[in-house]
Design a protein around this ligand. Sequence first.
Ligand SMILES: O=C([O-])CC(=O)C(=O)O
Length: 169
Amino acid sequence: MRATPIVFATCDLCDMYKSDTSDHLRVLPPVFQHYGGLPRFAGPVRTVQCFEDNTLVKQAVDSPGNGAVLVVDGGGSLRKALVGGNLAAAAARNGWAGIVVWGCVRDVAELNAEQVGIRALGLNPMPTEKRNQGQTDIDVQIAGVRVRPGDWLYADADGVVVSAAPIHG
Ligand SMILES: O=C([O-])CC(=O)C(=O)O
């Protein structure tokens, strides 16, 4: 099942919350490159925390996404790719709206051919080893910003924002 598109603009969301001093709306730092065939995506967050090991990322995208966004806390490693063409295809096929990787991805042409949104720090052609290590659906810090399972994530050409509840119209 493909994810249903949600209409929003991150700039409008930030306009709504510009005077809010709580951390209901959090903006991820502008450190992400844009990949994948969906330039704009949104959905409830699910998380994986791992380091140069994508066992749990594969397990997540091989299961039904139901329109969710997978946030992968890869510790910011630039040394290995946590997602490639196969995992992106699985994510699209299984109804994930997008994947945000605090780390690297590979197979850029294949990523861009899939109907899933992808953000990552960059490309690295080196795959990870599968050591079956990491954690799923825990609170993570992405580039210093807290992201929790069940938050909503909105990504478009202007940036990536996370909110404690859905805020699109
Ligand atoms: O399997 C991996 O480690 C990542 C990859 O290259 C793919 O998803 O195609």
